[in-house]
Design a protein. Structure first.
Length: 71
């Protein structure tokens, strides 16, 4: 499962979901879905998010191991 640090980074930056959405030209609902792991952004949006926070994509998005598939 893909996880992210967007909510943490956004809160550290002191911006609301609405402000963040406006900067990226997406809806607030999209921000909510990404932060709640219900939506994985396309590569273009992931790169825009990384650029917004001046981070590498890998610093924001990461894979969480599926514990049910561990042997």
């Amino acid at each position: 499962m893909v996880r992210n640090n967007i909510k943490l980074l956004r809160n550290e930056a002191g911006i609301t979901q609405e402000q963040f959405a406006k900067e990226l030209r997406i809806t607030r609902q999209t921000v909510i879905a990404i932060e709640n792991y219900r939506y994985n952004p396309c590569l273009e949006l992931a790169l825009k998010i990384a650029k917004f926070f001046n981070k590498q994509v890998e610093d924001i998005f990461f894979l969480e191991e599926d514990k049910s598939s561990a042997t």
